[in-house]
Every structure is written in structure tokens, then in C-alpha cells.
Write a protein that binds this ligand. Structure first.
Ligand code: AMP
Length: 179
């Protein structure tokens, strides 16, 4: 597998979804394209294979899809950051605002490796609000987040402002909504 791939072509863009004015970047068209999906996982492994992290944390639900193969390939634990009300054990919880709406995330307290670094993964980084909330619950449990990864970044939404002190890596970044 080559380490270059035209990921832009593999991403379906849907205007005015789920609301008027939002350009939706649809990763299902990456998942149905084995070459594109394999490229993403290989690149993530390449980027993080020498980074000292105790666990990979994936954000529900599309973040799980990319976090799971990475955790497996790195041979480290996978932690699930879930929408509120889905985890049966004791949790840390954080409410936050989305690009469109409001939400809350939770994590099992027992899953957080206190005193260690965790790599946070989502499919797409828009405002950075979700990842910032996920960072908060990991930090409530005593872990540190120095690295965040998204397959797609929408830097025109200024996600870096919500993720101070964090190295944010994306495989493809969009600086504006024009296609
Ligand atoms: P944010 O918290 O604003 O960074 O939003 C990130 C989450 O919302 C990610 O889990 C994305 O899956 C989803 N999301 C936000 N905006 C978009 C968009 N324009 N296209 C596709 N997914 C999006």
C-alpha cells in the first residue's frame, strides 16, 4: 500500500445535511472503499507507532471505527468515549456544545489510565468541542491528552482554539467549505 492516496476523492460531501448550511463530510464512502480505509489505518499506525501512549480512546460512534484497528495494531487498550447514558459502570461525564446542537460524553472511570498519556481519535474534527469534552473526562480521571487525531479536519472552524497544548493531526484538512 502506498503512503499517498487521494482521500478527498473517497469522501462523499453532502450539502445541507443534517441542517441547512452544513456541508457534511461522509466517511461511509471511505469504509466501503477497502483501499481508502486501509490507507487511513496504515497512515495512523505510521504516525503513532513511536508515540508513547498507554491507550487509544475512540469517540462514539464513527471515531470507534478508526480507533479500534489502531489500538489493535499498536497492541494497546481501546477506551470508548460514549454518548451519555450508554455505559453501565461509574463514569466521568462532560456536557458540551456541538457545531449543530448540544451533547454529553461519558467514559468508564475504571478505563482511564491515571498518570499516563492517551491518544484521542475521532473521524472528523469540526469545532473541536467533542474532542475537548473527551479530553476533560480523561483528565478528570488523571490521564493526559497530548495527541488528537481525526481522519478529516475542518480547520476553518478553528478546532485548534478548543484544543490548546494538543498536537492535532489529520489525514486531510479542509480550509473552507468549497469542494
Ligand atoms: P465537533 O465537536 O464540532 O468537532 O464535531 C465533531 C463531531 O461531529 C464528529 O464526531 C463528527 O463526526 C461530527 N461532525 C461535525 N461536523 C461535521 C460535518 N460537517 N461533517 C461530518 N461530520 C461532522
Amino acid at each position: 500500500m502506498s503512503l499517498t492516496y487521494d482521500l478527498d476523492k473517497a469522501i462523499r460531501k453532502v450539502p445541507n445535511y443534517p441542517k441547512e448550511g452544513i456541508l457534511f463530510f461522509d466517511i461511509t464512502s471511505i469504509l466501503t472503499n477497502p483501499e481508502a480505509f486501509h490507507f487511513c489505518v496504515d497512515r495512523m499506525v505510521e504516525i503513532y507507532k513511536d508515540t508513547e501512549v498507554a491507550a487509544v480512546a475512540g469517540i462514539e460512534s464513527r471515531g470507534f471505527i478508526f480507533a479500534a484497528p489502531l489500538a489493535d495494531r499498536l497492541g494497546i487498550p481501546l477506551i470508548l468515549v460514549r454518548k451519555a447514558g450508554k455505559l453501565p459502570g461509574e463514569t466521568w461525564r462532560q456536557d458540551y456544545r456541538l457545531e449543530y446542537g448540544e451533547a454529553a460524553v461519558e467514559i468508564h472511570k475504571t478505563d482511564v489510565p491515571a498518570g499516563k498519556d492517551v491518544l484521542l481519535i475521532d473521524d472528523l474534527i469540526a469545532t473541536g468541542g467533542t474532542l475537548s469534552a473527551a479530553r476533560s473526562i480523561l483528565e478528570k480521571g488523571g490521564a493526559t491528552v497530548k495527541n488528537v487525531f481525526g481522519v478529516i479536519g475542518l480547520s476553518f472552524l478553528n478546532f485548534q482554539d478548543k484544543l490548546p497544548g494538543i498536537e492535532v493531526t489529520t489525514l486531510i484538512n479542509y480550509e473552507g467549505e468549497e469542494m
